[in-house]
Design a protein around this ligand. Structure first.
Ligand code: GDP
Ligand code: GDP
Length: 440
């Protein structure tokens, strides 16, 4: 996946270079009170959390500059606008909006790129309130920041990374990447073989025979639906105490890597042992990684012998895997082939939910309704006020709530909103990410 290019744009003197330095962590660009000091485009490799990106500073956009360097600077800016995946448009809350801001906004609008609006120099509360005037630019919600005093940068970058990730997702393409994870000997290799019909992975009674990841592709056709599936094979996750060294640790790492690389994780259990602590551990990884989750109870051909019913098995699973996001539970036998069609269907359906985007209007209605029915707690005069909610990403579905006093949203309220979103939109088998961003 290509690293996104993020360009900081706006009229001169709003604090673009200061923001650049703040984010790049190095004083590469020249900062000055003199308009247009940053003549050359400066760029840096930067990261926010785990996400890497390329940050580009630009000369100020100024429509009718007398500056003899302007044609040159302009071409640099236009080139940056062309190349960027996302633009951070900076305004100055201290000085207020100017015609130069409006001209610059009109220029960048033509590029049809995602824009995040940063109302800079919001060093104090009055300035922060001033940020609302930037709504006039019609570039979305202004996020008040102070590049100089390091205020609001986290909020800004959360929105930036969410918006830029959306674009990558759209390009992910048709492959559904699937990791098959679970303890040794539950039948992962046997399932892979049975699903893909190829003797790719070695099956054996000796735990841990399948040491290396072997990816294999498979085309799934169900009526009119066709999907390309890519199975990422993995060695089983070893018992915790043994994961310290050598091959054992290697395998655990493989499992985690496979989960990270996949869109949907199939957590495979052995019907004869059902849920063990180690299974919870593997499931926990997949859930933390926000992958789509399907639970597979394999060796179901033994169920009669084991005197185990589906209802009992389901109850145990829902009870032990607390984090399961309404996942499908599929009963399979890699030996007889039973349940494999259902497993493929559940996998493709889970992927669809994980990568689903809901209509903006429906989302707003559901959230407003949820807040009205059961308002979040107040703290004195402080109360949560929703400005806007948007689905800022798919895979996993991510929702960004712009609101006053987002710190009043606690764990239980988060879960309430999560449930309401699921009631309205489904998302079965997919974890959801909810982000709460403060703002004017
Ligand atoms: P650029 O022309 O947009 O790149 O702007 P600069 O980064 O060169 O900043 C212009 C001026 O604004 C400098 O004097 C900065 O110190 C000042 N400045 C930048 N950010 C802030 C801020 O958050 N608060 C205040 N008060 N001043 C800032
Ligand atoms: P892995 O370590 O999870 O990859 O497990 P394997 O695929 O190597 O399978 C371990 C053992 O379980 C082998 O002896 C398989 O034949 C057996 N096995 C796998 N799937 C099934 C199944 O659905 N039913 C039964 N009865 N045995 C199975």
């Amino acid at each position: 996946m290509a690293i996104p290019v993020i360009a900081i744009v706006g009229r001169p003197n709003v604090g673009k270079s200061t923001l650049f330095n703040r984010l790049a962590g190095e004083r590469i660009a020249v900062v000055s009170d003199i308009a247009g000091t940053t003549r050359d485009r400066v760029s840096a490799d930067a990261s926010w959390g785990d996400d890497r990106y390329i940050l580009v500073d630009t000369a100020g956009i100024e429509g009718n500059s007398e500056d003899i360097f302007w044609p040159d600077m302009q071409s640099q800016v236009l080139k940056a606008l062309d190349e960027a995946d996302l633009l951070i448009f900076v305004t100055d809350t201290g000085y207020g909006l100017t015609d130069a801001d409006r001209d610059a906004a009109n220029l960048i609008r033509r590029y049809n790129k995602p824009v995040v609006l940063a109302a800079n120099k919001a060093d104090n509360v009055e300035r922060e309130q001033q940020a609302v005037e930037a709504y006039e630019l019609d570039l979305g919600d202004p996020i008040p920041i102070s590049a100089y005093h390091n205020i609001g940068i986290g909020d800004l970058m959360d929105v930036v990374m969410d918006s830029v990730a959306t674009d990558d997702d759209e390009e992910v393409g048709s492959d559904v990447r699937i990791s098959i994870v679970g303890r040794p000997n539950v039948g992962k290799s046997a399932l892979l073989n049975a699903l893909t019909g190829e003797e790719r992975a070695l099956v054996s009674d000796i735990p841990g025979t399948t040491r290396d990841s072997i990816d294999s592709r498979y085309r799934y056709v169900n009526g009119d639906d066709e999907s390309d599936l890519m199975f990422i094979d993995t060695a089983g996750l070893r018992r915790r105490g043994k994961t310290e060294q050598g091959i054992e640790k290697y395998s655990a790492l493989r499992t985690i890597q496979a989960i990270e690389r996949s869109h949907v994780s199939l957590i495979v259990l052995d019907a004869s042992e059902m849920v063990t602590a180690q299974d919870l551990h593997v499931g926990g990884f997949a859930s933390e990684a926000s992958r789509g989750l399907v639970v597979v109870v394999n060796k179901w051909d033994l169920s009669r012998e084991l005197k185990l019913t589906r209802e009992e098995a389901e109850e145990e699973i829902r009870d032990r895997f607390k984090f399961l996001p309404n996942s499908s539970i599929v009963f399979t036998s890699a030996l007889t082939g039973r349940g494999l069609d259902r497993l493929l269907k559940a996998t493709v359906d889970t992927y669809a939910e994980w990568s689903k985007r809901v209509a903006a209007g429906d989302l707003t209605r559901v959230v407003i309704d949820a807040l009205a029915t059961h308002p979040p707690p107040r703290a004195g005069y402080k109360r949560v006020r929703l400005r806007k909610v948007a689905q800022t990403r798919t895979g996993p579905p991510t929702f960004t709530f712009h609101m006053a006093n987002p710190d009043l949203i606690h764990f239980s309220y988060r879960r309430y909103l999560d449930n309401r979103l699921r009631d309205a939109f489904g998302f079965d088998g997919s974890p959801l990410r909810l982000r709460f961003v403060g703002g004017a």
